[in-house]
Design a protein around this ligand. Structure first.
Ligand SMILES: Cc1ncc(COP(=O)(O)O)c(C=O)c1O
Length: 387
């Protein structure tokens, strides 16, 4: 029922349905057809308006994107949503706001995405930085262990994913933990695997946390458009600051660099805005067609149930309940399943086997990930996966 929005990917040039089953959608979603016109519109406006395109971009398009993100996450203040081509830039800008001459203690988990994990390893080489990583497993006690440590230690920064990229498991009670955080701790939620997949209501924590995500995954608008919501009354002064931050009405300080009390505090510099046009086109499409995150999530939950039913009868040596990483499959999971394959070689072999059956998926070492999307057929039974 949703396939009609993705005809360029799901139909062969003859118009016949493609036999490929795209299950790498947690890595990146197919882009709905409307994004093609959006890219062309960006090109046309760049060609015809030249420098005059910047007015509409800053006065209309960016605010429209911020409002759409705010609506999706129930954020009260769209003007506090900073944008950048990737989340790494935003997170690193935030990290640069901590005084390098003072101790920086960071609490996180051992399940964070490479972008942050690698950066932390490098930062740890500095004498002032100390990192505590809470093991994500067992997931059943993660919330309790993380929360206890958050209040026990003296952390300037806490950072955790809402849905873990390696397992698809939701961090239990993360929003509640963030709401009760100590005042001294800045709190970042990496929401990339939740944004536009699971319904997320940040209403109660919006004034306290940073929340990062982007358009590449579940929104289906391609790479290049990420965001970070900023808590209320943020007075951090990033050392890494770009000239776009200058566009604000700055605090009137002659002696030092000024910062705005809105998203421009975390602004960088010139970027390509075609992903902004694509993102807006997707938001418009879903709004026009009444496709909400709740509907998307329910569609995927039903798909996951059909997958599990087929799997339970298939007796596959690797794709089975024993190897599936799970914690509360019904309520506590993102839009992909991860299977432990024993070794990286085995998962690579399985990935190739699936590819030969027309199933596209991805893997991280021994972990094989299979994702679900609204462009899968409403009655898809996933038999193609099991051979
Ligand atoms: C949990 C998570 N956060 C962030 C990212 C993307 O990071 P970046 O925008 O820095 O490339 C990914 C990408 O796969 C991810 O899985």
């Amino acid at each position: 029922m949703y396939q009609k929005y993705y005809s360029q990917f799901l139909l062969a040039p003859s118009g016949a349905p493609s036999s490929m089953l795209h299950m790498a959608c947690h890595s990146h979603h197919y882009w709905p057809d409307v994004t093609l016109d959006a890219v062309q519109q960006y090109w046309r406006e760049s060609a015809t308006l030249a420098d005059d395109k910047w007015g509409p971009i800053f006065e209309e398009k960016i605010p429209a994107w911020q409002r759409a993100v705010a609506r999706t996450l129930n954020l009260p203040d769209a003007d506090r949503i900073a944008i950048a081509p990737n989340t790494h830039e935003l997170v690193y800008r935030l990290l640069s706001a901590f005084d390098p001459s003072r101790p920086l203690c960071i609490l996180t988990t051992d399940g964070e995405f490479y972008s942050f994990a690698r950066q932390l390893h490098r930062l740890e080489e500095e004498p002032n930085v100390e990192v505590t990583r809470i093991a994500t497993e067992p997931y059943a006690t993660l919330a309790e262990r993380f929360e206890q440590e958050l209040h026990r230690g003296d952390y300037q920064l806490a950072y955790a994913s809402l849905v873990f990229f390696d397992s698809g498991v939701v961090f239990p009670r993360l929003l509640e933990i963030a709401e009760g955080k100590p005042k001294r701790t800045e709190f970042v939620i990496d929401g990339y695997h939740a944004f536009f997949a699971r319904p997320v209501d940040l209403g109660a924590v919006a004034d306290k946390v940073f929340f990062t995500a982007g358009s590449y995954k579940y929104l289906g608008a391609g790479e290049g458009m990420c965001f970070m919501s900023i808590p209320a009354n943020c007075s951090l002064r990033p050392l890494n600051t770009g000239w776009f931050a200058e566009l604000a009405e700055l605090e009137n300080r002659a002696d030092r660099v000024g910062f705005a009390d809105n998203w421009l505090r975390f602004a960088g510099a010139t970027m390509d805005y075609s992903p902004l046009y694509k993102g807006l086109a997707v938001f418009d499409l879903f709004e026009r067609e009444g496709i909400t995150v709740e509907k998307i999530h329910n569609y995927v939950l039903a798909a996951q149930e059909r997958f599990l039913r087929t799997m339970d009868t298939a007796a596959h040596p690797l794709l089975n309940r024993d190897n599936l990483i799970q914690h509360d499959l019904q309520n506590g999971h993102g839009h992909f399943f991860t299977f432990r394959c024993g070794t990286a070689a085995q998962s690579e072999q399985l990935q190739q086997e699936l590819r030969s059956r027309g199933v596209l998926c991805d893997r991280r070492q021994q972990l094989l990930r299979l994702g679900f999307a609204i462009y899968h057929k409403a009655d898809e039974n996933y038999r193609q996966v099991f051979g």
